[in-house]
Design a binder for this molecule. Sequence first.
Ligand SMILES: [Zn+2]
Length: 139
Amino acid sequence: MTTVELKNCPWCGTTAHLHINSPSVYWNTVACALCSVEGPASETTDAAILAWNRRASPWKPICTAPKDGTPVLLYWPGTGGWLPKMYYACWDTTVGETINGQRMGLWSIGFKNYLDPTAVTHYAPLPDDPPSPSSDASP
Ligand SMILES: [Zn+2]
């Protein structure tokens, strides 16, 4: 049995209601008793936990990023030291190199700061807003 912790339920976010189902020696899953979502069936409990913990990566190639002003999270792998690798940004078409009389744009990170568009490799859509304080029952 592994000591790997179970990730939260991807649907309801709980950890308190997760349990490992082992109805047979060939079929094990991790399931959420709160919302009934169940991970992939696996031959061992360790494999069931690994399958439950696997998540799709939110990162997409930068060439597919929206350039319509939609805010996104950018990933810049070349930075180090005190510089962050991730930036909240949107594509700004009022700046950047001018080609044929048209601005090409740059990734704006606010306050007239821009990232080198050739240095950014991936983007991720922003998550939804959190629930409002009045509807959030968690502490
Ligand atoms: Zn759940």
